[in-house]
Design a binder for this molecule. Sequence first.
Ligand code: BGC
Length: 712
Amino acid sequence: MSSIVNAQKDRIVEEKIDSILSLLTLEEKVAMCHAQSKFSTPGVPRLGIPEVWMSDGPHGVRAEINWDNWGYAEWSNDSITAFPALTCLASTFNPDLAKSYGISVGEEARYRKKDVLLGPGVNIYRTPLNGRNFEYMGEDPYLASKLVVPYVKGVQENGVAACVKHFALNNQELWRDHINVEVSDRALYEIYLPAFKASVIEGGAWAMMGAYNKFRGQYCCHNELLLNKILKTDWGFDGVVISDWGGAHNTYEAAMFGLDMEMGTGTDGLGTTTLNHYEHYYLASPFLKLLKKGEVDEAIVNDKARRILRLMLRTNMNSNRPLGKMNNVEHHHVARKVATEGIVLLKNKENFFPIEDREGLTIAVIGENAKRSMTAGGGSSELKPQFEISPLEGIKKRYKNAQIVHAMGFASGPSVYDQILPSPYDADSLKVEAIEIAKKADVVLFIGGLSKSHLQDCEGADRKQFELPFGQDDLLNDIMAVNKNIGVVLITGNAVEMPWLDKINGLIQGWYLGSIAGDALADVISGDVNPSGKLPFSFPIKLKDNAAHYFGELSYPGDSINQFYKEDILVGYRWHDTKKIKPLFAFGEGMSYTSFELSDFKLNKKTYTKGEQITISGTVSNTGIVDGAEVVQVYVGKSKSKVKRALKELKGFKKIVVKRGLSEPVQITINVNDLAFYDEAIKDWNLEKGNYTAYIGNASNNISKKIKFEIK
Ligand code: BGC
């Protein structure tokens, strides 16, 4: 559409909002700015202005919650498709799939009559202990930016707003509701904000959720710098800032520093009364009082109501929006495709994988995660799928000739929010049973990892340990003593310690894969699908090798009041690369059942100037015996600079399918302007002139070509 037509449309919308605003009383405008139930805000019934209905997010549409408490409403028509966790989506390195994911989850939200989907999450992976990493898109701002944009666009095509969260710096769950994050401007702009910025500027996100934590002394849900200056002024965000549930703390600040809609966790906004509780929210009667006393100008509530009406005209007041779809074959197909493309093969000694389905072969599938539901638990992203195919079911379905035997091996207890419930099983007998079946099997497939329980991959707390929980390391050692032909499938949203890595033959990083988990895993284990996933974050060997942990407690987790991001811009692979600390597995790493060769890579020029594009082209050859897909990754570094730099940073990538024996051309473009660093001295982006190096490879630790170029 031409920009003139767009401008005209915008003008019509704003005129419509003007005309509605002129009909609203002060009380009605204030009412729109806060919750009336756990997941809705009131409309204006006398004018037919609808309520706004929201749902979590981000991996599917959450089951209906009671009006006024966190219990599930027990509806029978709210079972949905569970899509793979966002870490898995990030591992696909496939923006087209992110678009399909966004469209599908948006269709389900629309069908379930939701106006706002509370997701996606793009907080950066800073520490492997963060309980919510599985809901985010990894450690690299460029990768997360490239995937969040199509996700947001896909959701919003349905007339459902994506609410990008948690803005910003909510990079740990421990003390999330009060910890004050101190971080340099440079790390803020270069690492922690780009995905949010892309979601607004390129994705056109209609809503943004403030984070629970503080940043530079002010709560993120009413943070002058983050919301008024950066989001609304610098990025021109015209949508609605929604608080995280219970994330507002002060009426004046909420009014003045950018919050538009206050949602809550406690049943009373101020924690003292249950009578007409929503009326006591900061942006409810206390706000009205300030407006009436003239301590806050009416223009402030008008701006909030304008934003909320704008969101409504895009969603529930847009009579042209589609009707949505739920649990259809296409959604299942997307869920399976994301899952299979996101699974990462990390070790494959003597072609352990794929495992052939043949008569006479006994495969011992050991581990609780082979059967455990991974859509239950985890906090607000918990889902009630119409069905969930477990890894064991998927494997049994696929393997018709081989004999599949299973033992739990370990047990972790049910996933209950904020509590640890013991498992009813006896750990010793589970182990004995597992060792017995391992002894008799030809192949052992250990399916373990973390779970969605408290202190695992779950909202509200961080992991307490880097190693695998529930005695899995010991169990693995005992199994290996009786059967050395063992492969491990890790179902986690986080990196874990792997003291047994040298002794196993195969390793698959399996993520939380949603409704079709088992089929997707069986696709890869059997070789029906050739794996092409790449890690969206580094796996350190030990916790101290991770940058946030290297700098001690004040860096992570802080002293409960403050924390300092001392690693600054050197997050993830930027740290491992620059400090030469070898990770166990590197960002961008992931194997295939075939082999690829990258050749003839070159840049279109030797020197560039501001505003130009760099075109990198070359050839990817599939030199193995099966079809496959490879992700070409382009990193750029600058050795001489006026500031400290990471050795290299991801600036472009492309996933490319290549049939066996064939070669495909590949082209990647980089905007020269995207090579700028955030210069604290001038408080702006600065494109340094001089020599740069492009690093081209298929993983951050596997660079096949380095090319020098210059910016003049
Ligand atoms: C979470 C949000 C979620 C909200 C509503 C909060 O505790 O941090 O991500 O959207 O609850 O469930």
